[in-house]
Design a protein around this ligand. Structure first.
Ligand code: GRF
Length: 187
């Protein structure tokens, strides 16, 4: 199997990035992580790129042409799929159009419920019985693209923001890998 080159976009801890790097060591996993992009110069997750000798780009989003810079790098590394893993910046319509390949995102709720930020708070306020995570294709509307994988769990009375986050993230690692396998199942 010829692996596809993937780029992971991050803004924070990069625990999903770490999990994807580990998973991609498996010969039968369809992607290699060939590039990491961070819009935060102090993002903790960059350490995983460094430790694994993966090229990384720290992008200054205050510059008007920052997405063009990303597109240049993505082209250079022949990226077939972009995985958004806690990237806290909206991808522009123009970027989606120009890249024209697969872009997928992981979101910490059972979409279409709780699009956007502060999901755990809203899940608790709404007295949901279940929550989880969703991996979906990225389209021009926030958190609205076709769903690839969703994983859920029942909320315990004792759960709080911290425990929901932990439980959700543990599911995210599995969901992201499964989604990538699904994306390449038939091509
Ligand atoms: C994840 O919970 C993801 O669902 C959300 O941002 C978080 C990123 O966590 N979009 P990490 O940086 O991968 O640890």
């Amino acid at each position: 199997m010829v692996k596809k080159n993937a780029c992971v976009f991050i803004s924070g801890n990069g625990s999903n990035l770490k999990s994807l790097i580990l998973r991609s060591r498996d010969k039968s996993f369809p992607i290699n992580i060939s590039l990491v992009v961070s819009n935060k110069k102090n993002a903790k997750g960059i350490i995983h790129a460094k430790k694994n000798s993966i090229p990384y780009l720290i992008i200054n989003t205050k510059k008007n042409d920052f997405e063009n810079r990303i597109l240049e790098e993505v082209k250079k590394y022949k990226i077939s799929i972009i995985c958004l893993a806690g990237y806290m910046k909206i991808i522009s319509k123009k970027f989606i159009r120009i890249f024209s390949k697969k872009i997928i995102n992981i979101h910490p709720s059972l979409l279409p419920k709780f699009k956007g930020i502060n999901t755990f708070e809203r899940v608790l306020i709404n007295n949901e019985s279940k929550t989880g995570c969703t991996v979906h294709y990225v389209n021009e509307k926030l958190d609205s693209g076709k769903i690839i994988v969703q994983k859920s769990f029942f909320i315990d009375k004792k759960d709080n923001i911290k425990t929901l986050k932990q439980k959700t993230q543990n599911l995210e690692y599995k969901a992201f890998s499964e989604a990538i396998i699904n994306v390449y199942r038939y091509n």
